[in-house]
Design a binder for this molecule. Structure first.
Ligand code: TEU
Length: 532
């Protein structure tokens, strides 16, 4: 068999470190906590973890405001704790990916502190400073993703600085060669320590139009869709030069690759598919996996999903490996978006598509978003645009039914899910009908079936609420049929799958060979094949 990089057949598990496991009773998850739970991840059947930022940070955006790129925040532990985590993970065959936040630093990063000292500071050009408009207002109409202008006035030096997110997150200037070199050294620092890859935060934001023209007003703006949608981000994101940056980062990663030890780069990019795939690179390779958020952006509708999957598959460049994401720390959880019963079908979809899946912690329990009581909201986005906060999807992992859910012996930083005493790892592990057991079975089947992990994908004309496709590798052909609705349906089985039997159903007890018609119960998905 041809040698594939490890991450093509791997499943990635996203850990939000504040919420996974607390080891010291302060109510905030930490690195030792993660190390204590590595056996859990091996047992579940994932191959790699991506840990959201763990670097020193004032936590204005919970770690996405980095004050030192080459240290560990004391709330999470120490570099020694990190090295221990990495060694323990590698000893178990688990890979570890970190979160690189290169578009912006914290306003407390020593670089920014120096940059704002004076217009002649040696670090002035490491950030994006502009003179005011003639009326004294911001240099242009760019808007922060978190609302309000993307510009903050600095009275001391009489200029504005750019921030695509919070004002506590000043944008770094990747057009400056020294800044660029310093940031690429950050990647080298962690690769040399043994890190297996990075998820790159807001890759498509990383470089702005050199002339800072006004962005066009959005003709399709819908009130309530967030202030950032009032203008299109035409000149502030997705600039041609961003691909040089991605290629530079890729060259660094490739420099550390050895056989079986390839380092993977995943870019966080919210763009339409035709723009997204440009991030695979061209003459110079870009990131290995531009995050594909089709399953997050789609309405949960068989026809729409079938079309989006086919479009994405067709848009991939030669050699471009696909990937799929159902949820993350910024978006509503899948169980909340589609309901608990349908979340099982969604898990089967995520884990039977062609490409590397990323699973968000807690989704293996069908964890739902938590209504945060007034006064307990901590996400800055909630404080600025009420109702749009991300705290509901970041609540602590429920491990058992004890007072702190096995997450902490102290007071958790965010409330526990109200149903944690029944919806937790301990309860679901022993339950053959649980979401956890289904997720594990899917991961095991995927691991043991090349057609599912690396096989080709082919649409099988869907009918009504059924999303159906084939996965094929060599002589093995599998049929995946998913009922995206709650009402039982029948589907015509393609000729080649006549006599196939269920290998796995989301409802566990499916049996018997299928003839011309496949009957799916409400919210049932099936993987069918020939059994040996
Ligand atoms: O998110 C980028 C991003 O696109 C978000 O604006 C996202 O669309 C929004 O939160 C959805 O509600 C990344 C990180 O994932 C996020 O946690 C950070 O806050 C942000 O970058 C800034 O670093």
């Amino acid at each position: 068999a041809e040698a594939r990089p490890w991450w093509e057949a791997a499943t990635i598990y996203q850990i939000y470190p504040r919420s996974f496991q607390d080891s010291d009773g302060d109510g905030i998850g930490d690195l030792r906590g993660i190390t204590d739970r590595l056996d859990y991840l091996v047992d579940l059947g994932v191959d790699a973890v991506w840990i959201s930022p763990i670097f020193p940070s004032p936590m204005a955006d919970f770690g996405y405001d980095v004050a030192d790129y080459c240290e560990i925040d004391p709330r999470f532990g120490t570099l020694a704790d990190f090295d221990a985590l990495l060694a323990a993970a590698h000893a178990r065959g688990l890979r570890v990916l970190l979160d690189f936040v290169p578009n912006h630093s914290s306003d407390r990063h020593p670089w920014f502190v120096e940059s704002r000292q004076s217009r002649t500071s040696s670090k002035r050009d490491w950030y994006i400073w502009r003179d005011p408009a003639p009326d004294g207002g911001p240099p242009n109409n760019w808007i922060s993703d978190f609302g309000g202008p993307a510009w903050e006035w600095d009275a001391a030096t009489g200029q504005y600085y750019s921030h695509a997110f919070l004002k506590e997150q000043p944008d770094l200037n990747w057009r400056n060669p020294q800044l660029r070199a310093a940031m690429l050294d950050v990647l080298r620092f962690w690769f040399a320590r043994g890190v297996d890859g990075f998820r790159i935060d807001v890759l498509w934001h990383m470089i702005k139009h050199a002339d800072f023209p006004d962005n066009p007003v959005n003709p399709d703006y819908l009130p309530g869709s967030g202030e950032k949608n009032r203008v299109l981000q035409l000149h502030s994101t997705d600039q041609p030069e961003v691909h040089d940056i991605a290629a530079d980062m890729r060259a660094v990663a490739d420099g550390f690759a050895a056989n079986g030890q390839e380092r993977v780069l995943i870019g966080e990019i919210y763009l339409p598919v035709e723009r997204l795939v440009a991030y695979y690179g061209d003459a110079r390779p870009g990131v290995h996996l531009p995050f594909n958020f089709q399953l997050i952006e789609a309405h949960w509708d068989a026809a729409e999903l079938a079309q989006r999957i086919a479009e994405y598959e067709a848009a991939l460049p030669p050699g471009g490996w696909p990937n799929w994401v159902l949820g993350n720390h910024d978006r509503a959880r899948i169980a909340t978006r589609v309901g608990e019963a349908q979340a099982r079908v969604a898990a089967m979809l995520l884990l039977t598509l062609r490409g590397t899946p990323t699973l968000y912690y807690g989704d293996e329990l069908a964890l739902a978003d938590v209504t945060i009581p007034p006064g307990r909201a901590v996400d800055p986005q909630e404080l600025r645009e009420p109702g749009r906060g991300r705290d509901p999807v970041r609540t602590p992992m429920p491990w058992d039914d004890s007072a702190g859910a096995g997450f902490t012996t102290g007071d958790p930083w965010l409330p526990l899910n109200p149903d944690y005493s029944t919806r937790n790892v301990a309860a679901q592990r022993d339950d053959p009908a649980s979401m956890w057991t289904l997720t594990r079975a899917l991961l095991m089947l995927r691991k043991n079936t090349a057609a599912l992990s690396v096989g080709s994908w082919h649409s099988v004309g869907g009918e009504g609420p059924v999303l159906a496709y084939e996965r094929r590798e060599g002589d093995t052909r599998l049929l995946v049929a998913l009922n995206l609705g709650a009402i039982p349906v029948e589907m015509h089985v393609p000729q080649w799958a006549a006599g196939y039997r269920p290998l796995l159903s989301t409802l566990a007890d499916a049996k018997g060979p299928v003839d011309g018609l496949l009957r799916l119960r409400g919210n049932e998905g099936m993987i069918l094949g020939t059994t040996a």
